[in-house]
Design a protein around this ligand. Structure first.
Ligand SMILES: NC(=O)c1ccc[n+]([C@@H]2O[C@H](COP(=O)([O-])OP(=O)(O)OC[C@H]3O[C@@H](n4cnc5c(N)ncnc54)[C@H](OP(=O)(O)O)[C@@H]3O)[C@@H](O)[C@H]2O)c1
Length: 221
């Protein structure tokens, strides 16, 4: 199978959280990200062909996913959602950049038609988006490198399936706590040390006041 080279990029707190509380937009914690770290994030966006987030991030954060604090072209925005559940007024449906909604055969025809008036919609998978098939289709469409900006559920599903090559973290200097606050990787988790996904630290440096860490994923070791 061909698939894009895939990098998860995320802001995380000291305690590994993605946001303040379950259901709360991560835009709240991003207000504390300084200019240089924001530029680092947008420079990465400008380098990739595609940028992906899970549909829950669209419904909670309503991001634009465009390049605004760096020079360069907007990547294609890609959102998996099994029932084509994207709000009509979502910012990713605006014409700032191309958008691909990836849905399943089960998504209501009406909903798909309405989205197709604004963006491209593709179906991959019967009941749920088949992420492996989706990656193959995206590669065929010219998405050779892909950045994934969360959230926790999408990150888990991609990592579990062996679809991630790197993780880059922008560390936020605070602790938010909360048992059910989304962490970098959610899902059911691995149940043994044999299954855990290992990573190798490739680089660490400061951007403004933020520590950045870059990790290579080692599925084979
Ligand atoms: N700090 C950061 O960098 C950062 C970045 C992004 C998000 N966040 C935060 O993360 C939270 C959202 O995370 P989340 O875990 O709730 O949701 P998520 O990972 O953003 O989205 C999960 C959704 O993706 C869709 N999906 C479709 N097919 C899928 C598949 N095969 N595998 C996985 N997902 C699939 C599903 O939507 P359907 O139900 O429509 O099928 C699923 O509910 C928000 O609070 C947001 O603020 C933080």
């Amino acid at each position: 199978m061909n698939r894009p080279y895939t990098i998860i990029v995320s802001e995380v707190t000291i305690d590994g959280k993605l946001t303040l509380r379950k259901g709360v937009s991560s835009k709240e914690i991003m207000k504390f990200m300084d200019e240089e770290a924001t530029r680092y994030l947008h420079q990465l966006r400008a380098k990739v062909d595609g940028i992906m987030v899970g549909a829950e991030t669209i419904r909670t954060d309503n991001p634009f996913l465009t390049v605004r604090y760096a020079e360069g072209k907007n990547p294609t925005r890609i959102v998996p959602t099994s029932m084509a559940d994207i709000p009509e007024d979502a910012n990713i449906l605006e014409k700032h950049a191309p958008t691909i909604i990836v849905t399943s055969e089960k998504a209501p025809e009406e909903k798909v038609k309405s989205l197709e008036e604004k963006v491209e919609v593709i179906r991959c998978g019967e009941e749920r988006v088949d992420l492996i098939k989706m990656m193959d289709v995206l590669y065929q469409k010219g998405i050779k490198n892909l950045m994934v900006e969360g959230g926790s559920t999408l990150n888990w599903n991609l990592i579990k399936l062996g679809l991630v090559d790197e993780i880059r973290l922008i560390h936020m200097p605070f602790i938010v706590g909360g048992t059910d606050t989304p962490t970098l990787v959610g899902g059911e988790g691995f149940s043994s040390l044999d299954e855990v996904v290992k990573a190798k630290l490739r680089a660490h440096f400061l951007r403004g006041s933020h520590l950045i860490t870059e990790w290579e994923i080692k599925y084979e070791d």
